[in-house]
Design a protein around this ligand. Structure first.
Ligand code: FPP
Length: 255
């Protein structure tokens, strides 16, 4: 069973269109699928679930859709805070939180605080972009180097990894994308280096336990080598909790 599953929840718009309805109808159904995915992870012992809910690029969608998505997030937090606490699930947001409406930022901070001790984690990516995350890490490194608290010569992969948004979260073992597109769309670009990928044609609002189990069964068949030569290769570590390709095991072309 993967310890960390990350999902690109795609296909809400197409799901709504098939039903001759507006895109927001699809996003609402998508929020129900989020609940199902959370249940699957809890029941099957997946500790981390990361969901790509709103990208840095999604701000360019029509205002109605953006406002509707922000309202859905407000509703999701209102409806689920108690259950997250009861089911001991830590809620975290990953992304440029400062871009979000202030009331939503406050609501997020409140739920993050109320759930912060729990081991099981639901991570929602909001105003998130993989490139933005790497740029933000680079800016932090540059600031620290400029102020003299970091020796530029000490900048290595571990230094970058430590400045990602959630450095304590292990990289995803499995990335699932719904609705059939074969691309990463700027999702977890740093963290996905050794993730296994699974793409299903199922549109996100239809995502069910059957799809979840199919993805996990496919993952179970993969041989993960992390740049090594056989299945006995273990995942190299940057630090206690963050994995990386260590200099010695980073052989070009090996997968
Ligand atoms: C991509 O489908 C999906 C999104 C941009 C939004 C995802 C949001 C949710 C699932 C609901 C809210 C989330 C939470 C965590 C409560 P698309 O609109 O690009 O679909 P399309 O490719 O079919 O047009």
């Amino acid at each position: 069973m993967p310890r960390h599953i990350a999902i690109i929840m795609d296909g809400n718009g197409r799901w709504a269109k098939k039903r001759m309805n507006i895109r927001l109808f699809g996003h609402r159904a998508g929020a129900e699928a989020v609940r199902r995915a959370m249940d699957c992870c809890r029941r099957h012992g997946v500790q981390y679930l990361t969901l790509y809910a709103f990208s840095t690029e999604n701000w360019s969608r029509p205002k109605d859709e953006v406002d509707g998505l922000m309202n859905l997030l407000r509703k999701f937090l209102r409806d689920n805070e108690r259950e997250l606490i009861e089911k001991e699930c830590r809620f975290r947001v990953m992304g440029r939180k400062a871009d979000l409406p202030e009331d939503l930022q406050a609501q997020i901070a409140q739920v993050e605080d109320a759930t912060k001790g729990f081991e099981q984690q639901l991570i929602v990516c909001l105003s998130y972009g993989g490139r933005a995350e790497i740029v933000d890490a680079a800016r932090r490194l540059a600031d620290e180097a400029r102020s003299g608290t970091l020796d530029p010569a000490a900048i290595d992969e571990a230094a970058f990894a430590a400045r990602m948004y959630l450095p304590d979260v292990p990289d995803p073992d499995l990335i699932i994308r719904t609705s059939g597109e074969l691309r990463l769309s700027n999702f977890l670009l740093w963290e996905c280096a050794y993730s296994e990928l699974f793409v299903t044609d199922t549109l996100w609002p239809d995502f069910s336990e059957k799809d979840f189990l199919e993805a996990v069964a496919s993952f179970a068949k993969r041989k993960r080598r992390f740049g090594g030569l056989d299945a006995s290769a273990t995942k190299p570590q940057i630090s206690d909790s963050k994995s990386q390709i260590s200099k010695s095991s980073d052989t070009e072309g090996a997968t």
